[in-house]
Ligand binder design. Structure first.
Ligand code: PLP
Length: 371
């Protein structure tokens, strides 16, 4: 559970639900009339699947995706009754009855998964709602062409599926060179065409910003809803949804030659003022930012010095006026001066990883629609 006490937590994660809804509408305007589903796996990328899904449902979203049945179980009761909840990773053998009782739609990725779901449907004397994923080139999840052949050879199996979606996933949707996506599009078309009629879906955030040929009947953005750019194209009108502030837990003055942090990886070249903030790699603040990232206070950049520790990080705050920062004060880690994308780039990571890593010790507060 997230900390409920802002002051006693590692930092303050603020989620702007109005910006979230504006992003949802901006993507929907872009893909209209194709509807936008919300990918809320990994606790809505760390932002809190409950409040995120509730805000999007209020804005009209009726299709949601999680990765695991466990996530679906936690979320289902918080969604409107007429919302569809898809489970991207399919079902573990034996989990079928629970999934059916819960009323979720498994994305069936393998022939054994199709068989198990069809068998349960037969047992219950009907058809069960299902999505089928096709592997259009990524070799991660979904039926390979030969497995699709095998499935089509058994019409009795398909008859047990109430096919709600046929989908695949782009491996290189954000690549400047679109040739890999074109190949996947062609492969998906050829394979999906062989299945009984159903809505089709191929695109995540990046694909939602490709041309309409990639949109089919449903797009499935995650990251773009949360305001991070899948890649830089001006004029997308996506807004940041998340800001992160960390609290100063100690201030000190050190002489030249002071050694800083684990491994003494930094030695002060001159007398410095240092601030230790109470956020570390256990909170998802990347250790790769040791001696390279920064925090901000107003317009002033505060470089990280020494290694990022598990629960704390040390900043060089020498550039600040002496009374600008006190113990207990807050500095900006993600916000107007430092985007999520900038943090990811500095850490040699991607925005998805930074966002989903932000941990439960950060106090989450929600602004906008719900408050
Ligand atoms: C995670 C995921 C998405 C959303 O991806 P983003 O890059 O966050 O938009 C869509 N579809 C599938 C199958 C996924 O696994």
């Amino acid at each position: 559970m997230p900390c409920t006490d802002d002051r006693n937590s590692a930092g303050r994660l603020t989620v702007d639900l109005d910006a979230l809804v504006r992003n949802y509408r901006a993507i929907a305007a872009r893909t209209a009339p194709v509807p936008v589903a919300a990918v809320v796996k990994a606790d809505a990328y760390g932002l809190g699947a409950g409040p995120i899904a509730a805000a999007l449902a209020d804005a009209g979203c009726r299709r949601f995706f999680v990765a695991h049945l466990l996530e679906a179980r936690r979320l289902k009761s918080r969604l409107p009754d007429d919302a569809a909840l898809f489970v991207l990773n399919g079902l573990t053998p034996g989990a079928e009855p629970e999934a059916a009782d819960l009323g979720v739609i498994p994305v069936l990725n393998t022939l054994p998964q199709v068989r198990a779901w069809a068998a349960l449907a037969a047992e219950r004397g009907g058809a069960l709602p299902a999505a089928i994923q096709l592997d259009s080139g990524m070799s991660r999840l979904g039926l390979a062409p030969a497995e699709l052949d095998a499935l089509l050879a058994e019409p009795a199996l398909l008859a047990r599926l109430d096919l709600q979606l046929v989908m695949s996933h782009l491996a290189c949707g954000d690549a400047a060179d679109g040739s890999a996506s074109e190949q996947q599009l062609a492969a998906f078309l050829a394979q999906a065409d062989r299945l009984p009629p159903a809505p089709w879906s191929l695109s995540n955030s990046a694909g939602s910003f490709l041309d309409a040929r990639f949109h089919f009947d449903l797009v499935r953005p995650g990251l773009a809803l949360y305001g991070a750019e899948p890649h830089e194209i001006p004029g997308r009108a996506l807004e940041p949804v998340v800001s992160l502030q960390a609290r100063v837990i100690q201030l000190r003055e050190v002489p030249a030659g002071a050694r800083v942090g684990y491994g003494y990886s930094f030695e002060t070249p001159r007398p410095m003022r240092l601030a230790t903030i109470g956020i570390g790699y256990a909170d998802g603040w990347p250790r790769a930012l040791s001696n390279r990232g920064a925090a901000w206070l107003g317009e002033i950049r505060l470089p990280i010095v020494g290694r990022v520790s598990m629960d704390s990080t040390i900043l060089d705050v020498s550039a600040l006026p002496a009374d600008a920062l006190a113990e207990g004060g807050l500095v900006e880690l993600i916000g107007p001066h430092q985007s999520l994308d900038a943090v990811a780039a500095a850490a040699g990571s991607i925005t998805h990883e930074i966002l989903t890593g932000l941990g439960p010790r950060l106090h989450r507060s929600y602004h906008g629609t719900q408050s």
